[in-house]
Design a binder for this molecule. Structure first.
Ligand SMILES: [Mg+2]
Length: 355
């Protein structure tokens, strides 16, 4: 498969969407395993166990958000709820309570009355396109993350998880486009500022990533799994995914680390892939992961096409001014990797309809 475009905006948006897909598919076969069980069986799991990379609810719902952004030129929860229902395949590993949500949408009940009080990570797992689309407007990311999560997850922890994950994707996207490194503490502080009024406990959970030292992949796996339960609770799995990104230096390592943490592996993989893909870009996703992704009616090429159409439809304003460079303060920085021969990043500002 050829590298599709050299435009940095497209590269990062594709990276985040395909990053979700890849992480979801890599983690799916070991969902619910402990990190020790994964290690005993595979040492480090870094390939599709069944040859093909099949997606689950995480990617299927992300496709609904992509379709909404494409159709409405902005996020619209009423449209998105219908997309979720139209795409719903009960064999894709949905939580039990989602079946009821889909029934209510099918009955024509309004989008803001069909959700549950779930504190799960379902709002966060699918959020990558919102972080990318609104990357230059943190308030729009937050507002649309909450709207999108509320369709299914109304608990403050579920909403905070969606805001945290969307903000992480948006920040990674911003930093990559402006060719800025990431300073982990600042990155976490920015996310914490966005979620603290949604759920204070969630902000405290995020802060625990700061205490994890860098080390080997196994050392980081032990450290993260020692701090978080890694269940489908957003307050456990979202910080773990953000940690997998901040404590590694490549797309590949971020996703492999996430998948090998155990617990809700498909979703932790999907979320780490979404953030890492926004930062490192599509060009850094290993070919051996892209090639085997399922590619039926709404598979790999469909996702690529949706993202391409969304990016092509954006109004680009070349007068976007890059924010001032941050000082390092002696902390470890992450630097995105441009492919050799790529153009300088496009400092693009897009005008959007915020619905
Ligand atoms: Mg799943």
């Amino acid at each position: 498969m050829a590298y599709p475009e050299k435009d940095q905006l497209l590269d990062r948006f594709l990276g985040s969407a395909l990053g979700t897909f890849v992480g979801d598919a890599l983690g799916e076969p070991v969902e619910g395993w402990s990190h020790r069980a994964i290690y005993d069986r595979f040492e480090i799991l870094d390939h599709f166990l069944r040859g093909v990379g099949s997606y689950t609810d995480d990617t299927q719902m992300m496709i609904g958000i992509l379709e909404t952004l494409l159709e409405k030129k902005g996020f619209d929860p009423a449209v998105c709820a219908v997309k979720f229902q139209q795409n719903f395949d009960p064999m894709r590993g949905y939580g039990r309570r989602i079946f009821g949500v889909m029934d209510r949408i099918r009955q024509g009940i309004p989008w803001d009355q069909v959700g549950t009080d779930s504190f799960g990570n379902g709002g966060a797992m699918r959020i990558a396109p919102i972080g990318c689309f609104y990357y230059d407007d943190m308030q729009a990311i937050k507002e649309n993350a909450i709207l999108s999560a509320r369709i299914t997850h109304n608990h403050p922890e579920g909403l905070a998880g969606a805001v945290a994950q969307a903000t992480a994707v948006g920040l990674a996207f911003q930093q990559a486009l402006s060719n800025e490194p990431i300073e982990p503490e600042t990155f976490l502080d920015t996310i914490t500022d966005r979620v603290i009024d949604v759920d204070k406990g969630f902000a405290e959970a995020l802060d625990r990533i700061n205490s994890i030292p860098r080390g080997s992949m196994l050392e980081i796996i032990h450290a993260i799994s020692g701090r978080y339960g890694l269940s489908l609770r957003a307050i456990e799995s979202v910080p773990a995914a953000i940690g997998a990104f901040l404590l590694t230096d490549s797309f590949r390592d971020a996703v492999v680390l996430a998948v090998n943490l155990g617990g809700d592996t498909d979703t932790i993989g999907a979320m780490a892939g979404a953030i890492a893909g926004a930062f490192y870009g599509y060009g850094q996703i290993p070919q051996e992961w892209l090639e085997p992704l399922e590619n039926r009616a709404k598979g790999r090429d469909y996702v690529i096409d949706c993202v391409r159409q969304i990016v092509l439809s954006l109004n680009l304003n070349p007068s976007f001014v890059v924010s001032s460079r941050r000082t390092s303060g002696g902390l470890v920085y992450k630097q995105g990797q441009r492919k050799k021969g790529d153009p300088e990043p496009v400092n693009a500002y897009k005008t959007k309809n915020v619905t």
